[in-house]
Structure formats: C-alpha cells, structure tokens
Ligand binder design. Structure first.
Ligand code: CDP
Length: 221
C-alpha cells in the first residue's frame, strides 16, 4: 500500500505523514529530504546549479538513506548523518535549482520506488501522486492559506535557532512555491484523483485523523 501526500511548503505534510506512518506501522519517506541531501552535496562539491550534466552525474553517484529513529527521521548522505544541515534556510532557498533538473528527478523517483519496493509506505513530496506513484492506493493533497503556511515555517525555523521575520519567510515560501509549481519536470500539482485537505484551520492531529479515517473506510468497503 502506497499513501502519497503532496502539497506546498508549510501545508503540514511532514507532521501528518509521520503520524500516519506511525499509526499504520509502515515506512515514512520524506522525499524532500532526499532533494535536500543532494543539494547539500552539490554545494559542498561546488557544482554550479546551471550545470545539469554535473548535477545528474552527482545524483547517480550519491547514496541517500532514510532511517526512522524514534519520532525523527535520520537522513544519511553517503553514510553521513546530515539531518540538521539540510534544514537551514540557506539550503532551503536553493533546493529548487536541483529539483528542476529532469535527470535528477528521475534518479530520485527511482530511489523512492526502490525504497518502497518491499514495504507499505507513506511518501510525502510534490510529485508523488502524479509521477512517482501515479497508481498509489491513496493520494492526498494538503494545502493551506499562504500566510498560515509561512507562520508554520517561521515556527519551525525559530525552533532550530534561525532568526527571520514573518515577511522574509513569506517571501521565501512564495518564491519556492512558484519554482515548484512552474518547473517543467515534476511540478507540484494536485493529482486528479487526490483528496484535497485544506489544513488552514486544522491541527496536524486532525488532518492525520482525516487521512486515517479515509484509509480505514476504504479498507472496510
Ligand atoms: O518541508 P517543506 O515542504 O518545506 O520542503 P521539503 O518537502 O523538504 O522540500 C524541499 C524542496 O525540495 C521543495 O521546495 C522542492 O523544490 C523539492 N522537492 C521536490 O522537488 N520534489 C519532492 N518530491 C520533494 C521535494
């Protein structure tokens, strides 16, 4: 069973996906963490973001592993735990240059499919229900008011010691949304058969309950 959860930044995907995977006792795959890890490697190696060939080659020779550890997900880049380094605001602002390269996306999609080859999983991302698993049993698209999404992102950033204003976060989220929605390869899109949940006025627990209820009801019938 594959559960695809897509949506823009701050729509609540991570918290909800983690909670749903935990309740069902299945794998949780944060595909954004994979793009983030590859971005970190590209920065370290000094790869130019315009050099598509170098980025594709880099993705082919990179090993990315996700490992559940209690309530957190550990992200290993070529064996190194890079969990904290891939969440900085600076890195977040440049992931889109890597994520727009078609050859990189196909390599990532391949990795994501292989991770789930032998296990049920909840995958969160931008193109899971449309491209990576178009036949997923369950597809959800989470969205929320842009101001609320920026507020949530600001809280996440403050919790990790970043100092930004709401205005700065709002601007960064807007730029990222635009990049994610308008790229040619794997754009952020709601799959036609996805269930849309507006999370603006819901807690993450309420959204997770809605998702779980949908799954349980479908399984009963
Ligand atoms: O958690 P948040 O929604 O802020 O970001 P993320 O899921 O960690 O994704 C970071 C970036 O990676 C996104 O803005 C996309 O540019 C890219 N991404 C993607 O292109 N495709 C995915 N399946 C997941 C992430």
């Amino acid at each position: 069973m594959i559960i695809a959860i897509d949506g823009p930044a701050g729509s609540g995907k991570s918290t909800v996906s983690k909670a749903v995977a935990k309740r069902l006792g299945i794998l949780y795959v944060d595909t954004g963490a994979m793009y983030r890890a590859l971005t970190l490697k590209a920065i370290r190696k000094g790869c130019g973001f315009e050099d598509e060939k170098a980025l594709i080659d880099l993705s082919a020779e990179t090993e990315i592993n996700l490992q559940a550890s209690g309530d957190t997900l550990k992200v290993f880049l070529d064996g190194e735990d890079v969990g904290a380094q891939i969440r900085t605001a600076e890195l977040t602002n440049v992931v889109r240059y890597i994520a727009r390269v078609p050859g990189v996306r196909s390599r990532m999609a391949e990795l994501q499919r292989s991770v789930c080859a032998e296990s049920d999983a909840v995958l969160e991302g931008r193109d899971i229900g449309t491209i990576v698993f178009p036949n997923a049993e369950f597809k959800f698209y989470l969205d929320a008011d842009p101001k609320e999404r920026a507020n949530r992102r600001l809280k996440d950033l403050m919790a990790t010691g970043h100092k930004m204003t709401l205005e700065e976060v709002e601007k960064a989220v807007k730029i990222r949304d635009k990049g994610d929605m308008t790229r040619q390869a794997g754009p952020l899109r709601c799959a036609e058969d996805a269930i849309v949940i507006d999370t603006t006025r819901l807690t993450a627990e309420e959204v997770a309950e809605k998702v779980l209820k949908t799954i349980h009801e479908a399984k009963k019938s």
